[in-house]
Design a protein around this ligand. Structure first.
Ligand code: 13P
Length: 249
């Protein structure tokens, strides 16, 4: 069975005291679902978060990394640096990284390779913009994002890859893809994987949905057969809301 995963992407929110406070609040919540829970604080707070959650069943993950091992890349962080503080999973390809920091399918393919070479698990994000959806090209865009960044990999690599479909028009807008739109796209993504790698791989990869998932819509979205979890932005910043989403499974 595929893993259910609910991951909180904190983005550029929460300084150190706020991070400690939110973690304290998260630890007071009751988990009733089988979902794996992850949080992605900013780089500066990863170590503290990792230390605070060492004995707990919340995994601390990174929001990004560079593709090089080390070197003259001022301001960047490598996979081995993350690994050295205990971080095993990294989000790659978030639409905000693509839009504001010029990340491309090509640079993401390099990041994917670097993460895998360091035995890291990847949550790989992609999704269409509103104009693509309006023109009916949403599947074509998603297919090319996946193929360009991932289809050079061997089938075995997908043991360490989780996919996250995040339509750009639904991120931080309060507008969610309908459960049917999410299901249609997730089924299309799984078919794209099956065509290249076969059914076994396609059926084993968890595909998360992201974009304005809230306590009041999570159950319906997670109820769809090809939706295996969520990547949560705004609602991950409130412990009660985040756990209401975790417990929607
Ligand atoms: P929101 O849940 O705030 O729409 O953000 C989604 C997201 O970008 C998660 O990575």
């Amino acid at each position: 069975m595929r893993k259910h995963i609910v991951a909180g992407n904190w983005k550029m929110n929460n300084d150190l005291p706020q991070t400690e406070l939110l973690i304290t609040e998260l630890l007071k919540q009751n988990k009733t679902s089988d979902a794996e829970v992850m949080i992605a604080p900013t780089f500066t707070n990863l170590w503290q978060a990792f230390e605070s959650l060492r004995q707990e069943s919340i995994e601390v993950i990174a929001q990004n990394m560079h593709f090089a091992e080390n070197g003259a890349y001022t301001g960047e962080i490598s996979a081995s640096m993350l690994k050295s503080i205990g971080i095993e999973t990294v989000i790659l390809g978030h639409s905000e990284r693509r839009a504001y920091f010029n990340e491309t399918d090509e640079s993401l393919a390099k990041k994917v390779d670097a993460a895998l070479a360091n035995d890291m698990r990847i949550i790989f994000c992609f999704g269409e913009e509103l104009a693509d959806r309006k023109s009916g090209n949403h599947e074509g865009i998603v297919e090319s994002q996946i193929k360009n960044a991932l289809f050079h990999l061997e089938a075995d690599a997908f043991k360490n890859i989780v996919l996250a479909y995040e339509p750009v028009w639904a991120i931080g807008t309060g507008e969610t893809a309908s459960p049917e739109q999410a299901q249609d796209m997730h089924a299309f993504i799984r078919k794209t994987l099956a065509d290249k790698y076969g059914n076994d791989v396609a059926e084993s990869v968890s595909i998360l949905y992201g974009g304005s998932v809230k306590p009041n819509n999570a159950k319906e979205i997670f109820g769809k057969p090809d939706v295996d979890g969520g990547l949560i932005g705004g609602a991950a910043l409130k412990a009660e809301d985040f756990y209401a989403i975790v417990n929607a499974f």
